[in-house]
Design a protein around this ligand. Structure first.
Ligand code: 5GP
Ligand code: MG
Ligand code: MG
Length: 180
């Protein structure tokens, strides 16, 4: 285990098992429909690549980057599109792939943007969820693991751009970000 990690919440194996289940469920639910899978960069990039391998129906992928936390561990509530999609979503079944839903602010903004662009449907899958921290009324259509109220890193999630490559999800030691 990395020295800056206080506790591993879910191992690489546990995450992979959950990703497989989510992929199977999504494949069933979207059978026969055109599916556009959207990765919310950067945090969701590892989950995205694992998830699409577990989805067995035809799909397209695209990427979007939004700013939320910057270098802090709290959501600012201000969402900015850093990189937009390459393709129009009009008339398409869109699946937003998220790493974690915390306050829900980022996601509710994104859903709103895609609906205003006339997506046929907008669904959400997140590998991690912190429902206790929600400030907006939002439930993902598909979710992996529910986490306690702690700042976590690994499996794509960062602190100041570090730790994304850890294959597990763990709580970051407070000493790492104390005073920042
Ligand atoms: P929200 O807008 O739901 O508060 O948070 C949106 C984004 O903040 C997430 O997609 C994720 O990138 C980041 N985030 C929220 N909670 C955590 C956390 O515990 N750890 C890390 N590394 N990022 C988080
Ligand atoms: Mg995210
Ligand atoms: Mg981040």
């Amino acid at each position: 285990m990395h020295n800056d990690i206080q506790e591993v919440l879910y191992s690489e194996e546990q995450i992979m098992q959950k990703v497989k289940e989510l992929g199977q469920q999504i494949s069933q639910d979207f059978e026969g429909r055109n599916l556009l899978v959207i990765c919310v960069l950067k945090g969701a990039f590892i989950f995205m690549s694992d998830l699409v391998k577990s989805i067995t129906i035809p799909l397209e992928v695209d990427f979007m980057a939004v700013s939320s936390y910057g270098q802090s561990t709290k959501s600012s509530g201000v969402v900015k599109i850093i990189k937009d999609l390459d393709v129009p979503v009009e008339g398409r079944n869109v699946l937003i792939v998220e790493d974690i839903i915390d306050s829900g602010l980022t996601l509710s903004y994104l859903i709103d943007v895609l609906e205003r662009r006339n997506a046929l449907s907008v669904s959400v899958v997140t590998i991690f969820d912190k429902p206790i921290r929600r400030t907006v009324d939002l439930e993902p259509d598909y979710k992996g693991y529910t986490l306690p109220d702690a700042f976590v890193v690994g499996y794509g999630l960062d602190y100041a751009e570090k730790y994304r490559n850890l294959p597990y999800i763990g709580i970051l030691k407070e000493a790492v970000y104390a005073g920042k």
